[in-house]
Structures are given as C-alpha cells and as structure tokens.
Design a protein around this ligand. Structure first.
Ligand code: SF4
Length: 295
C-alpha cells in the first residue's frame, strides 16, 4: 500500500488516547482534554518531542484502528468526562476522522472539538474538517525560510501557513477561548532564532491579534540532541514578553520559564506516556492496544 509524506497509508493509526491536563487551561478544563494522538506527520521537525510517533518511518509507533473504533474512542473520552476532544496531528487522516465524527455524533457525541496541528495542511483537507471543529489550535512554527528549513525540514512550510491562516480566520473571524471557539495560535521559540520569533510576534499582531489568541511556548526540548540548543536567557524571555506588550497583544498565554517539572519527552510505548499527574489513559484505548499487540 502506498505511503504518503507522513509515512502512513489510509489506515488510521493512533499512538495514544486519554485525558491530558497539560493543554492551555480552557482546553484542559477540569478533567483534562480528551486526546487522540495520531501516528505520522507530514512535517519532519528535528526537535519533535513526539518523534516516536511522528516519524515518516513506517515503524512509527501506533496501532491500527478502524473508523468505528475511532468513533468509539471519541465517545469513550466523552464518557470519561473529557472537556474537549483534542485531535493531534490528524491532518493525513481527515476523511476517516470526518467519518468517525459523523458516527460518534449519531451516537450522542457532543464535546467541543479541537484541531491541534502544525498548519502544514491543504485547504482541501481543512474544508472537509472545518464543519466539525470548534477550536483551531494551530502551531505556527515560523515565517522564516531558513528557520523552517533548519527546524522543520520543509522550507515551503512558510508558503503554506499564510493560506491556512487566511482560510481559518476568514471562516472564524472571532475567537472566544473560554467558550472554546475560534483560533489559538501556538508558537514555540526556537533556540538561536529569536529574530524569527520577533517577526512572528509582529506579524501576529498585525494580522491576527483581534481574531485569535496567542500561546507562546518557550520550553524547547531537543530529543535528538543534534541541534545547538542553548536555552532562552531570562533577558531574552523578558524581551519577548515586552514585545508582546508593545504590540498590544492582550489575548493569550505565555509559558513560564524554568519549570523543570514539565521538561519531559513522552514515551508512547508506555500506557501513560506523560507524567501521571498530567495524564490518564483511556481504558478503551488500552484494550485496543492489547488486542493489537496480541495479534
Ligand atoms: S509538526 Fe509537530 S508532530 Fe509533526 S514533526 Fe513537527 S513537532 Fe512533530
């Protein structure tokens, strides 16, 4: 069967599902966001914390699930009191996800749905999934070609992200994060590329500050150890916070610096890939995993 740039075929693969409290507060809510991490990714970020599952290698970690099982996962997350359904890097499985959402809705699924992606996506795919999405959680990597080449492995990311943001903001011109509507733009500061982050912040302020929320993340973790990754100094951090103020960006979140407790890389081969204080696996997912491993 033919594999795409994401490393996957048209068979949906899921790497983990369960409740997770590490998302932005409205997304996690009281009990946690109901995560479904899909296997494979069309980008190849050298710093990817989820490299066990995102690699375009056919051995990327995950189990095959049918569309009916995917719908059951959604319903089981709702049953487990998830605040939101959080679809992580589902870009390459959009048609199957749409079918699963249709099945789940017919069976009473009603959680707000979060589309959690890199923004390296086609308008055709986004048009299909848009009617099902409440909150767009777009991780804008950079607008800088050299930075995109170095960190994300694809210079053309910068050509894609503008049209993706135009599409989303034209359809959802107003955001209300407390009610899980609209768009939350995440941006991770890359080490040694502070100017690219400054350009991103200025462009966000010009184009999106009235229609989207911003979530600035500063804790870069280089799991593959092959990047020069000096951490952000306190002065650099403060200068970014000042720039956000100068640009009058009022809606959003800024990650605190230096909280070592949350410097971890998930291990998706475990039933709980994240610290257990953050995450609880879905029993139904574990049963699918046991079944898949026993085959
Ligand atoms: S887009 Fe996200 S999941 Fe994909 S390789 Fe980059 S960091 Fe990993």
């Amino acid at each position: 069967m033919r594999r795409g740039a994401c490393g996957q075929t048209d068979v949906v693969r899921v790497a983990w599902s369960g409740l997770h409290k590490g998302e932005e507060p409205p997304v996690s809510g009281e009990h946690g966001s109901g995560m479904i991490f899909f296997t494979g990714c069309p980008l190849g970020c050298r710093y990817c914390q989820n490299y066990q599952i995102s690699s375009s290698d056919e051995n990327a970690y995950g189990i095959d699930v049918s569309v009916d099982e995917l719908a059951m996962l959604m319903l089981a997350l709702q049953e487990d009191k998830a605040t939101t359904l959080n679809l992580v890097t589902g870009t390459h499985f959009i048609p199957s996800i749409v079918s699963a959402l249709e099945i789940a809705r017919k069976k009473g699924f009603s959680l707000p749905v979060v589309w959690n992606s890199s923004g390296y996506e086609s308008i055709e795919g986004l048009t299909l999934i848009d009617p099902y999405i409440d909150l767009w959680l777009v991780d804008i990597k950079t607008y800088d070609r050299a930075v995109a080449r170095t960190f994300c492995g694809k210079e053309r990311y910068v050509d894609c992200i503008d049209s993706v943001m135009d599409f989303i903001t034209s359809r959802h011109p107003v955001s209300d994060i407390e009610h899980l509507k609209g768009t939350l733009v995440r941006h991770l500061v890359f080490p040694g590329a502070l100017n690219a982050t400054r350009s991103f912040i200025r462009k966000f302020a010009r184009n999106y500050k009235d229609s989207c929320y911003l979530s600035l993340m500063v804790q870069f973790i280089p799991p593959k150890g092959d990047l020069d990754c000096q951490s952000l100094s306190e002065d650099e951090y403060d200068s970014l916070v000042d720039l956000i103020d100068e640009c009058s960006i009022e809606n959003g979140f800024i990650q605190e610096q230096g909280d070592d407790d949350i410097l971890w890389i998930p291990d998706f081969t475990k039933d709980v890939p994240f610290p257990s204080s953050f995450a609880k696996p879905l029993e139904y997912f574990l049963s699918l995993k046991r079944k898949a491993l026993s085959r």
